[in-house]
Ligand binder design. Structure first.
Ligand SMILES: N[C@@H](CCC(=O)N[C@@H](CS)C(=O)NCC(=O)O)C(=O)O
Length: 193
């Protein structure tokens, strides 16, 4: 498998974590996001990474679609709960990622003045959610956790966001950080500072 990748891209981080959790070997092609090669549009008409390519000819963009594909193609270890309702609630969080975190994160990154409190409200809501259940995916770690995680260390390191007011988010991050697949991503963010 080949991953068209960029170290700084949180959507790519989602895919790297799933690949690592499943113990899948792959090669990467680093795409310079500041000077994207024209050929990336042959892989993804939107010109975005990540894109996963397989020997058989499958070329798959979109981090959520890639993660779901990997989960179905390589079911072990399982990254969605068995219970359909629990799984559906995890998928709902993935579906709502932009309004629950992404939009305010990127607004703050663009320097929009109102975005700081907006992101704070999003983090408070995530904190409340994580007080009710240990993982965004439900009772166990899984794809919903992986879908949200990459933005948290980037918010801390690049946007100066303080997570101290959100103890459940911090505890969740601490639990995730013990996983080698997640720890490798923390190292990548730290190295980019
Ligand atoms: N919906 C896409 C978003 C991917 C995305 O926005 N990737 C960024 C890098 S972090 C990118 O390639 N940006 C280039 C662009 O927006 O033109 C996914 O989930 O994979």
């Amino acid at each position: 498998m080949l991953l068209y990748d960029a170290a700084r891209c949180p959507y790519c981080a989602r895919v790297r974590i799933v690949l690592a959790e499943k113990g899948l070997g792959y090669e990467t092609v680093d795409v310079d996001l500041d000077d994207r090669p024209a050929w990336i549009y042959d892989k993804n008409p939107l010109g975005k990474v990540p894109v996963l390519e397989e020997d058989g000819g499958l070329v798959l963009p979109e981090s959520v679609v890639i993660a779901e594909y990997l989960e179905e193609r390589y079911p072990e270890p399982q990254l969605w709960p068995v219970d359909p309702a629990e799984r559906a609630l995890g998928r709902l969080l993935v579906e709502q990622f932009d309004v629950r975190l992404g939009d305010d994160y990127y607004a703050l990154r663009r320097g929009e003045a109102a975005a700081g409190p907006g992101l704070g409200r999003r983090l408070a809501a995530l904190d409340a959610l994580l007080e009710e259940r240990p993982f965004l995916s439900g009772r166990a770690y899984g794809l919903a956790d992986i879908a949200y995680f990459p933005w948290l260390p980037r918010a801390q390191a690049r946007l100066g966001v303080d997570l101290d007011p959100y103890p459940a988010v911090r505890a969740w991050l601490d639990a995730l950080s013990e996983r080698p697949a997640v720890a490798a991503e923390l190292d990548l963010v730290a190295a980019a500072r």
